[in-house]
Ligand binder design. Structure first.
Ligand SMILES: Nc1nc2c(ncn2[C@@H]2O[C@H](COP(=O)(O)OP(=O)(O)O)[C@@H](O)[C@H]2O)c(=O)[nH]1
Ligand SMILES: [Mg+2]
Length: 221
């Protein structure tokens, strides 16, 4: 009985995710889902990436997922892009964004002229990977301070992602991180991953990431 309920929930999520992708295609939009542990640098990376996408003429809207507070939305707002904040504590404190929640957030961006939707998922290396948000590209960010073994310990995140970013690369030597090993571990879990070194602080890798996004958007168009 319990298994049936779990299946039902996940099936319903798949249906909503498929509906989101239909709507994205109908409006010529691409949606990207950034996932990582709390504090690994998602918001900081977006603070560099969004202006870079803007310079390429992309019209970006952001969905911020947090358990509580509007702090990340407040950091994104000065960039001049529309932002919708989801606070999951109002419906149980979920540690991820489910597709029906994303659909609700999208409806608040309904009247904006956008072609690129960025989700900053709830900070968590486990749950967000279990729920398809309807995004076209799942992006896992792992910073150099988190330990080389994390792709092996949290494989679903890397298995269900298309791209993986090695973040805070400016701190690699201070953190005594073995960047090559981090990448090897990411690729051991999912050999199809595209891997990129980035820093929201210095901007390293940000232009390349924007190139990837633009190229992917052209493919979907
Ligand atoms: N050195 C360095 N610090 C970073 C970088 N990205 C984020 N940080 C710092 O890490 C902390 C958490 O960043 P934040 O963007 O809030 O992470 P989030 O919780 O994943 O959104 C903040 O103190 C940031 O200034 C980076 O690329 N390099
Ligand atoms: Mg954040």
């Amino acid at each position: 009985m319990e298994i049936k309920i779990v299946k039902h929930v996940l099936q319903e999520n798949e249906n909503w995710a498929a509906e989101i992708r239909r709507r994205m295609r109908a409006r010529g939009r691409i949606m990207l889902n950034f996932m990582s542990s709390p504090g690994s640098g998602k918001t900081r990376l977006l603070e560099s990436l969004i202006p870079e996408l803007g310079r390429r003429g992309r019209m970006v809207g952001v969905i911020e997922g947090d358990i509580t507070t509007t702090r990340d939305a407040e950091r994104i707002q000065p960039l001049g892009v529309p932002v919708a904040q989801v606070e999951t504590e109002f419906f149980g404190g979920d540690c991820h964004l489910a597709a029906n929640v994303v659909l609700g957030a999208l409806s608040t961006l309904e009247n904006e002229t956008l072609d690129t939707i960025i989700i900053e998922n709830v900070g968590n290396l486990v749950c967000p990977a279990e729920f398809d948000t309807g995004a076209d590209v799942n992006i896992a960010l792992l910073s150099v301070t988190e330990g080389e073994d994390k792709p092996l310990k949290y494989p679903l995140m890397f298995r269900n992602s298309h791209w993986a970013l090695v973040g805070k690369i400016d701190m690699a030597s201070a953190a005594e991180a073995d960047v090559a090993l981090i990448k090897r571990n990411m690729l051991a879990v999912n050999p199809a991953l595209r891997v990129l070194e980035v820093s929201g602080k210095t901007g390293q890798g940000v232009r390349e990431l924007a190139d990837w996004i633009c190229a992917q958007a052209s493919k979907l168009a």
